[in-house]
Write a protein that binds this ligand. Structure first.
Ligand code: COD
Ligand code: ZN
Ligand code: ZN
Length: 375
């Protein structure tokens, strides 16, 4: 019996309060309105940003259905939707692509103005929610909400992918992998022969390493205070790894010496102001570019000597690797299917959806790179 046009009752993980485990409960998911799409989620990764909402570091209105890195299949579509149809395999996009705003119209940017990252309203673009639980309305998370068996997204925030793609792997293209890989390939546009340094070798940092390698970098220096991260980083393409705790000198000076004048590209993939500064200082004073990938802690400021930039360094940041989401996600999935890159080393744990709190604990303890939940 078709569920189209009807309310669907299903299981979802709800964040009712800060710093509490997510609660798995039955929710009601309303049918998609015009230009919206209801998706049956098949696999979702747990990303650091989901946990940032639970800890309060990424302030969002609660209660909320978190999750934003997923793959699924279209269950039904609202009036006027032409980009996908029921049965299509899709990835929800937390950075949408409306195709009409100033950013979408430019060839340079990717942060479509219809995103809900900046506004954090926790609602669909029309200002309402499609989720209820026990008579209470639940918020959506950055236009996606994937910690649920069914979700509703705007048509600008979903894209069709290869039906043969394995959902439990390519769900990472919805956030973590693309964020890191794109920082190197799309934002920095690393050139063949470049010397790169990657600060932070978590899942996103490893994806930066893969991007540097795919771009043909000659040296990829991994930097992490946890040496247990080194073997995997080397497996993914790091040519050498260093631990700042092993040196008396600041790590930017160590990198300066190792590269006779600084790296061509550095990436901060930790989310700390000290390492953002060190990554900038570690790049060549004239030709170096430093990219901020780690989310900066709220309300933190950096004071720096403008001479650092005056001599020619470039300092930039990116969201979702700088990729225009609708244009790039299907291509990244095709690249994965053609074995241009691998995702297996990033997926250390696969758990059933019910064990989501276990997955969050693995993330907090540093035991996992990525946990993927299957439904
Ligand atoms: N020096 C060197 N390494 C350090 C230091 C330090 N001072 N402190 C911590 N580290 C290492 C840790 O040992 C760890 O290996 C690594 O840094 C951080 O890794 P994780 O596993 O905590 O983080 P990731 O790889 O999952 O990445 C998360 C980011 C920290 C990059 C986080 O900010 C993020 O997810 N950014 C994505 C940006 C984005 O676009 N977000 C929007 C939607 S998610
Ligand atoms: Zn994420
Ligand atoms: Zn747009």
């Amino acid at each position: 019996m078709s569920t189209a046009g009807k309310v669907i009752k299903c299981k979802a993980a709800i964040a009712w309060e800060l710093k509490k485990p997510l609660s798995i409960e039955e929710i009601e998911v309303a049918p998609p309105k015009a230009h919206e799409v209801r998706i049956k989620i098949l696999a979702t990764g747990i990303c650091r940003s989901d946990d940032h909402v639970i800890t309060g570091a990424f302030p969002m209105p609660l209660p909320m259905v978190l999750g934003h890195e997923a793959a699924g299949v279209v269950e039904s579509v609202g009036e006027g939707v032409t980009c996908v149809k029921p049965g299509d395999k899709v990835i929800p996009l937390f950075v949408p692509q409306c195709g009409k705003c100033r950013t979408c119209q430019s060839s340079r940017g990717n942060l479509c103005s219809s995103n809900d990252l900046s506004s954090s309203s926790g609602l669909m673009p029309d200002g309402t929610s499609r989720f209820t639980c026990k008579g209470k309305s639940l918020h959506h998370f950055i236009g996606t909400s994937t910690f649920t068996e069914y979700t509703v997204v705007h048509e600008n925030a979903v894209v069709k992918i290869d039906p043969a793609a394995p959902v439990e792997k390519i769900c990472l293209i919805g956030c973590g992998f693309s964020t890191g890989y794109g920082a190197a390939m799309q934002t920095a546009k690393v050139e063949p022969g470049s010397i790169c340094a990657v600060f932070g070798l978590g899942g996103v940092g490893l994806s930066v390493v893969m991007g540097c390698k795919a771009a043909g970098a000659s040296r990829i220096i991994g930097v992490d205070i946890n040496k247990d991260k080194f073997p995997k980083a080397k497996e993914m393409g790091a040519t050498e790894c260093i631990n700042p705790l092993d040196f008396k000198k600041p790590i930017n000076e160590v990198l300066f010496d190792l590269t006779e004048g600084g790296v061509d590209y550095s990436f901060e993939v930790i989310g700390r102001t000290e390492t953002m500064m060190a990554a900038l200082a570690a790049c060549h004073e004239n030709m170096g570019t430093s990219v901020i990938v780690g989310v900066p802690p709220a309300a933190c400021k950096i004071t720096y000597d403008p001479m650092m930039l005056f001599t020619g360094r470039t300092w930039k940041g990116c969201i979702f690797g700088g990729w225009k989401s609708k244009d790039s996600v299907p291509k990244l999935v095709s690249d994965f299917m053609r074995k241009k890159f691998i995702l297996d080393p990033l997926i250390t744990h696969t758990l059933p959806f019910d064990k989501i709190n276990e997955g969050l604990d693995l993330l907090r303890s540093g035991k996992s790179v990525r946990t993927v939940l299957t439904f």
